[in-house]
Design a protein around this ligand. Structure first.
Ligand SMILES: NC(=O)c1ccc[n+]([C@@H]2O[C@H](COP(=O)([O-])OP(=O)(O)OC[C@H]3O[C@@H](n4cnc5c(N)ncnc54)[C@H](OP(=O)(O)O)[C@@H]3O)[C@@H](O)[C@H]2O)c1
Length: 334
């Protein structure tokens, strides 16, 4: 690795187990030789927090196998070195793939990643805005694109978002409202109802209204499309309550990673269930979605979604995230 344009040390969040096996987080100064040896070196300007980062930071072996480790599945910054596709000074975005999982992540002043993972920042977004969006907004946009491609009608059709105050949920509320859909937000936080309305939700319902235990094989149709971030019985209820030929996008497992649902929504209402796996989005689709975000989905009230913190604040906020206490997006200014 050519380190000519790099400092000798860089700051990064480091997660490691202590002597008792408890995972501890601290911002440390690391030698630049610590960076992985990949094609593109990026000076990170902004990152953001995602639930996966909180899992990685708590030692979850399903996310990160080896520690010490730097989490951060999102990064936006400036390219340092010349590569086949990029030049020094290019403003770029990296989200998903293995970043922050088993590759040192974006909660750091520098990252080093394969060229395939990097996309140019679209002109219609700043680096800061791209990280307010981050993986959560990219995930929301992936679902919105699925709805559009399925023919869900802007201005006419009702779309449900569960876990609406979360990072994915709130971004989906704002993007769908921006695109003219009637947004129904389901949340367990009554105190956030007004905030969700300001983001564009027409109606806010308690999350218990999307947690049916009647045992019925179908429920009255209440929405044409839905993005579920919660999983388990919530996803089952969402599917049972989706109108004929509707579409449900499933991206999360906040409540459960299990799905036990009768087949009736599929065989009687032709409901389509689509999975969202944003980390694995192929590069061409990724470029298409970032441009869609910049040109059409970027919400007007966008900045009200974000709380900006420093790298030093990340341990506190990652812990809050595990407790489900985060509202909206946490942007990290590196
Ligand atoms: N597949 C993908 O590509 C992808 C990408 C990003 C994230 N995800 C997943 O999507 C999910 C949401 O991520 P996020 O970043 O939005 O998380 P988050 O910011 O922590 O938000 C999760 C939201 O879920 C709701 N919630 C919390 N505990 C709940 C419970 N016990 N039952 C029902 N709802 C509960 C809360 O919203 P309310 O209080 O408003 O109900 C909370 O704000 C996670 O499982 C994450 O791993 C998947």
């Amino acid at each position: 690795m050519n380190t000519t344009n790099l400092p000798t040390n860089y700051r990064a969040l480091v997660v490691a187990p202590d002597k008792s096996g408890q995972y501890q987080m601290a911002v440390k100064s690391l030698p630049i030789s610590n960076l992985p040896r990949h094609e593109v070196i990026i000076e990170v300007k902004f990152s953001g927090l995602n639930y996966k980062d909180a899992l990685s930071a708590s030692g979850h072996k399903g996310i990160t196998r080896n520690f010490p480790h730097t989490p951060g599945i999102d990064a936006a910054g400036v390219v340092i070195n010349k590569t086949g596709k990029f030049n020094p000074g290019d403003e770029v975005i990296v989200t998903g793939y293995d970043l922050g999982m088993n590759t040192a992540g974006g909660l750091s002043e520098y990252i080093s990643v394969p060229e395939e993972w990097v996309v140019n920042k679209p002109a219609g977004l700043s680096l800061q805005e791209s990280m307010i969006i981050g993986t959560s907004g990219f995930t929301a946009a992936s679902a919105v694109a699925e709805f559009m491609e399925h023919g869900v009608k802007s201005g006419a059709d009702k779309v449900l978002i569960t876990g609406a105050t979360g990072a994915v949920g709130s971004m989906a509320v704002a993007m769908l409202a921006q695109s003219g859909y009637q947004v129904l937000a389901s949340s367990g936080k009554p105190e956030a109802s007004e905030w969700l309305r300001q983001l564009g939700a027409e109606e806010v319902i308690d999350r218990q209204a999307v947690d049916d235990h009647s045992g019925r094989g179908l429920l009255p149709g209440r929405w044409t499309a839905a993005l579920d971030t919660v999983g388990g019985n919530t996803l089952s209820t969402v599917l049972l309550s989706t109108r004929d030929r509707g579409i449900v996008a499933c991206c999360g497992m906040i409540a459960s990673n299990k799905l036990d649902v009768p087949v009736f929504p599929f065989i009687l209402r032709a409901i389509r269930l689509v999975g969202i796996a944003s980390a694995e989005t192929p590069r061409q689709r990724r470029i298409y979605l970032w441009n869609l975000i910049a040109e059409k989905l970027k919400p007007k009230n966008f900045h009200t979604l974000a709380t900006t913190i420093s790298l030093e604040d990340t341990p506190e906020y990652l812990s809050k995230m595990l407790e489900g206490k985060i509202q909206g997006k946490i942007l990290v200014k590196i």
